[in-house]
Design a binder for this molecule. Structure first.
Ligand code: FMN
Length: 211
């Protein structure tokens, strides 16, 4: 295979030397991202809720999901203290309260109240789920990994991973028992100061893995 050179048409940069663009494109490229809307409970019982778009699923059996806290935040502190969290699906309908729950507030402020959301008791963990969200997953902490750069230097970012021990799904999102991803209108974060997407049935296509 011939090696091609496309320097004329490609903007290339080494992030440590700067991106050379009006805005860092990183978040707009790795996008759209599902949102980890995470509820926790502080050791003193204070409820906390915050969105994390550095979020994804990492294993099937047992199901493991994770998100990264860029800097030390209440959610990380609460999970370190209690070992529990709940993930809630942020939908298009819940865009405003999701956004309100991201406000930087004192650790004794309950974002459920700020965002006008209702805490609903979980089954296996102490942090409540968000009643208004159609899907929630109760999680038990499995690992907290502090990230490091290629130079081995630690960065103040922590990847928090947890096993899903309980799942709750609104029946309205099940069709003959099959979860309807597009029907849930998931809220997805892209780049910029405030770019979001959702998806609809028209965006769907089917492709099976090669045998
Ligand atoms: C859509 C969205 C996605 C976000 N993603 C992250 C993220 O991945 N990591 C992070 O550290 N902060 C993220 N933030 C910012 C946090 O939500 C914000 O710092 C919040 O105040 C943290 O709350 P806490 O201190 O109660 O945990 C995001 C905010 C929004 C609105």
């Amino acid at each position: 295979m011939t090696m091609h050179h496309r320097q004329q048409t490609i903007h290339s940069y080494a992030p440590r030397q700067g991106h050379g663009l009006p805005h860092d494109p990183f978040n707009a490229i790795i996008a759209p991202r599902p949102i980890g809307w995470i509820s926790t409970r502080a050791a003193d019982g204070t409820l906390n809720l915050a969105p994390y778009s550095f979020f994804n699923a990492f294993n099937y059996v047992p199901p493991i999901i994770g998100f990264s806290s860029v800097g030390r935040k209440d959610t990380l502190n609460n999970i370190e203290a209690t070992g529990e969290f709940v993930w809630n699906l942020a939908t298009e309908d819940l865009a405003q309260p999701m956004n309100q729950s991201s406000a930087t507030l004192a650790s004794d402020v309950d974002e459920f109240a700020i965002a006008g959301l209702t805490p609903l008791a979980s089954v296996q963990v102490a942090p409540p789920r968000v009643l208004e969200s159609p899907v929630s997953m109760e999680c038990k902490l499995t690992q907290i990994v502090q990230l490091q750069g290629a130079d081995g230097a630690q960065v103040p970012t922590w990847l928090i991973l947890g096993e899903v021990v309980m799942v709750h799904i609104d029946h309205a999102l099940l069709e003959n028992g099959i979860f309807q991803t597009a029907r849930s209108r998931p809220l997805l974060r892209a780049g910029g100061a405030g770019d979001y997407f959702t998806i609809n049935a028209q965006a769907h296509f089917d492709m099976r893995r090669p045998r």
